[in-house]
Design a protein around this ligand. Structure first.
Ligand SMILES: *C1O[C@H](CO)[C@@H](O)[C@H](O)[C@H]1NC(C)=O
Ligand SMILES: *[C@@H]1O[C@H](CO)[C@@H](O)[C@H](O)[C@H]1NC(C)=O
Ligand SMILES: *[C@@H]1O[C@H](CO)[C@@H](O)[C@H](O)[C@H]1NC(C)=O
Ligand SMILES: *[C@@H]1O[C@H](CO)[C@@H](O)[C@H](O)[C@H]1NC(C)=O
Length: 398
């Protein structure tokens, strides 16, 4: 299987033209894990629209990181995993290797993921479970004292998250966890990559963002003209693929159409469109010169994905208990936390004036102005692995 992967990478490399697109060999190799990942991502997006408090703010999460958490929760019991599960762990391990390895001459991005399991210090995890966590997912175990010192446990978990999100997320737990807590699983994820063409700032003089059909608020935008990037239209939405260096990774922005009934109503829009439509529109997308205007913002999110992942692991009962993970029995998982950072603005290129605006006049350039609620996802193109997904309703809320 390894040989196959290498072979395909060489093929991409030799045929440097056209630019990276899904590679059938890799997509086939990782099929099981990619399917689970896409389902999880779409499920999380759909669920967040039914949870009002999530969608009136903004939503951002990492399907790949959620799958790693799922993998950790599936590492229960016996020495031997059933074939289907061991296949899943193996595919995930190989995919992580591909995504997380350091950038080099032929790879220009890196997914940074840090996981940890925080366990009450009166519990001893089984050596087998600890070994699998480490070998498969590089996940260390930290012992904390939930029972006697919940404030200390809160501090430890928060400072762990702060270090691993480069201070973007300082608080995972807003209050001390309950003293009866046995374990908390946590995962932090961000992408290290530069835009193929850095954006320029446009200062916020009368640059409005439409929160809905009646309310506009001034915000700061980023502008850039991208040459020959993928752009597609359907009856319901527009989609543009903003490239990171070498187009190995792209950020797809999905914007409800001007004519759409759901122009400002992301919730109704999400429940109406299907991801198949999105994929089809992307498959038929053409290359265009595009003048792109997007809100200057960075999203940092930390939230519990316990309920989202319970479904993945096929758990119906209230508790998540991992059989055989602790010496002498079960490990109760009290919470599964997820931290994600998405930066729309990696390179601080500050332009005093916004010359690039003048290029609206150039013939053949389309405008892609993200001035109303939108969806996005960040995808590794060769494998189609979903790194991040999200929805932005109000760019002022970071
Ligand atoms: C945008 O406008 C606000 C309010 O006038 C001001 O406080 C802020 O500094 C401005 N930001 C930029 C980037 O110009
Ligand atoms: C760069 O990284 C990729 C992905 O990890 C790897 O397949 C490739 O062999 C590396 N290239 C070099 C020149 O080291
Ligand atoms: C550890 O402490 C928790 C919380 O007080 C308690 O519920 C659990 O039974 C203890 N486990 C062991 C193995 O002593
Ligand atoms: C538009 O958003 C504003 C600010 O959130 C809110 O007060 C207003 O009720 C909304 N209007 C509609 C039509 O949804």
């Amino acid at each position: 299987m390894k040989l196959c992967i290498r072979l395909y990478l060489v093929v991409i490399f030799c045929h440097a033209e056209p630019l990276p697109s899904p590679n059938p060999g890799l997509v086939h190799n990782f099929k099981t894990i990619l399917d689970v990942m896409l389902d999880t991502g779409l499920g999380m997006l759909a669920r967040s629209t039914t949870m009002e408090h999530r969608l009136t703010k903004n939503v951002a999460f990492s399907p790949i990181s959620s799958i790693v958490l799922t993998g950790e929760l599936m590492l229960r019991k016996s020495e031997k995993l059933p074939a289907s599960e061991s296949d899943l762990h193996q595919q995930l391990g190989e995919l992580l290797q591909l995504l997380e390895s350091a950038p080099n001459a032929t790879k220009h991005f890196r997914v940074k993921r840090q996981d940890a399991v925080f366990v009450n210090k009166n519990i001893t995890l089984s050596r087998n479970y600890v070994k699998k966590l480490r070998d498969l997912y590089e996940t260390p175990v930290h012992y904390v004292d939930f029972k006697e010192d919940p404030e200390g446990a809160q501090r430890d978990i928060n400072s762990w998250a702060s270090v691993n999100t480069q201070n973007h997320i300082r608080s995972v737990l807003p209050s001390p966890p309950p003293p009866a807590t046995s374990s908390i699983f946590s995962s932090a994820c961000y992408l290290q990559a530069d835009w193929q063409t850095p954006f320029a700032y446009a200062l916020n003089k009368s640059q409005f963002f439409n929160l809905n059909s009646t309310t506009k608020v001034p915000i700061t935008y980023l502008f850039q003209q991208f040459n020959q990037i993928l752009y597609g239209e359907s009856n319901d939405f527009l989609v543009a693929a903003l490239p990171y260096t070498a187009e190995e990774v792209r950020m797809y922005i999905i914007l409800p159409n001007h004519q759409s009934r759901y122009k400002y109503d992301l919730k109704a829009f999400i429940s109406r469109i299907s991801f198949d439509d999105v994929q089809e529109t992307i498959a038929n997308a053409q290359r265009h010169d595009l003048l792109v205007k997007i809100p200057k913002m960075s999203l940092s999110r930390s939230f519990s994905v316990r309920e989202d992942l319970k479904e993945n692991v096929g758990l119906k009962q209230e508790n998540i208990d991992l059989e055989g993970a602790a010496v002498g029995g079960w490990l109760r998982v009290d919470d599964v936390m997820h931290q994600v950072v998405v930066d729309f603005d990696q390179k601080d290129v500050e332009y005093s004036n916004v010359d690039v605006l003048g290029s609206t006049l150039v013939g053949g350039v389309k405008n892609f102005f993200v001035d109303r609620p939108f969806l996005f996802f960040v995808r590794h193109e060769a494998t189609t692995a979903m790194l991040f997904m999200g929805a932005v309703c109000d760019p002022r809320v970071v």
